[in-house]
Design a binder for this molecule. Sequence first.
Ligand SMILES: Cc1cc2nc3c(=O)[nH]c(=O)nc-3n(C[C@H](O)[C@H](O)[C@H](O)COP(=O)(O)OP(=O)(O)OC[C@H]3O[C@@H](n4cnc5c(N)ncnc54)[C@H](O)[C@@H]3O)c2cc1C
Length: 476
Amino acid sequence: MRIVIIGGGLAGLASAVALTERGHPCVVLESRSRLGGRASSFLDPASGTYIDNCQHVSLGCCTNFRHFCQTTGLTEFFRTEKTLYFVGPDGRIDPFAASALPAPLHLAGAFARLRYLSWRDKLALGIGLRALARGVKPEERHLPFSEWLVRHGQTPAAIARFWHVVLVSALSETLDRIDVEHARKVFVDTFLAHRDGWLVDIPTVPLEDLYGGRLTEWLTARGSEIRLQATVEELEMYGDQMASARLGNGEQVVGDQFILALPFFRVHSVLPAVLANRPEMAAVERLEAAPISSVHLWFDRPITELPHAVFVDRLCQWMFNRTVLSNTAPSEQGYYYQIVISASRELAGQGRETILAQVLAELSAVWPVVGTARLLRSRQVTEHRAVFSPVPGVDELRPLQQSSVSNLQFAGDWTQTDWPATMEGAVRSGYLAAANLLRHKNPGVSIVQPDLPVARLSRWLMGIRKPIERRPDLQE
Ligand SMILES: Cc1cc2nc3c(=O)[nH]c(=O)nc-3n(C[C@H](O)[C@H](O)[C@H](O)COP(=O)(O)OP(=O)(O)OC[C@H]3O[C@@H](n4cnc5c(N)ncnc54)[C@H](O)[C@@H]3O)c2cc1C
């Protein structure tokens, strides 16, 4: 069986790993000169080193991404943060860590100690979290999450300093553009269902080392072929079956099975009209995108020893201390920090100097040394179509992995996975596509990993039955 995978992002790579591991090597066709797609690095000409397009992190609840890393030997390149450092509006830093109590009480003390929320805010928060955990009422299902919060009595400070802070990082969107079920999933899976769901895994090396280096070796050593700079122009059918992928140079790559793992905004360009015009594919064209920006800074001295920080009520949302996270001496470029700004639409039209000045002013307010340190270099990167926006009703636009053509699967964070646009969502989609493909021969095959189990006390106190009730057609 010759399997052709189009797209070397995490969805395509996860399919390739799952199939290769089960004795079915694949051909991966990737248009760019490196793997990883939206989770990748670029060669920085000034330093000759790889820099990530943006810091990518994963959470403890990302069971499929974790499985993918374990299978391919990537786990050693991550470190797990067991304390988060929240920087309040007044610049004070509140460490946030779990106690020994079982979920969902493990983080109660940490919430209680956050100094930038009043007791009234915290009470509202507790009530809101419980209501969300218990499930979304049918009449609230298509509300923007901002409206749900107001209906459930959330204070302006709780909204700005808690709900927004968590969701803009997790979903890269503003509260008025978030589906209530998507918001619910974030809080249930991350904070309420299991005591490890919220732990943050951060790569210690550039993404290129993960997906370009180790993963390429893993796949090729097991017989799969990676073809870079192989842009697919069109998928070609023979009768009612997919037959080949035609490349830009005219070459036809024939196959028995195909997995199309492109970003949602590229899929239509390669589909034959008969498929592109189907209602489920027309819906994909209605998906909207959200941008994420990163500001890379190199200073002549350390500005903080913290590995990361989460900012509240600021333009900057996260700081990643790359020098500390990579556990290396500062490079010739200096001490390297990365600032992440998700849902960064408001930056459009602002000059780079304006953005840089605001970022530096915010950092100086927390770490005064920034005012005296010399900024050796800076760089700004914006991915305009970083993720699909989880707007109300978004899941109705996402197709299943099995297309209407029996030997064509879709994979990608935008397909039906029950997850938002994340590395976990991409890997899940790849596993689901691989399982569909193998199921023709082996109906019992199972690839998708189970979610973290819901703690008994979380069921009892919060009424959580399962992390999220999965759609029956997504069950393996
Ligand atoms: C700035 C930024 C920050 C993010 N931060 C996080 C984070 O912290 N945590 C997290 O979990 N997720 C994060 N994400 C989201 C995550 O990166 C994506 O959800 C995930 O990588 C998507 O993988 P994918 O395989 O579905 O799509 P993609 O990564 O887009 O892969 C599709 C691949 O197809 C290739 N391709 C396109 N056209 C063709 C063609 N014609 N022929 C052949 N190949 C083609 C592309 O080059 C690409 O490699 C972030 C995304 C961005 C952009």
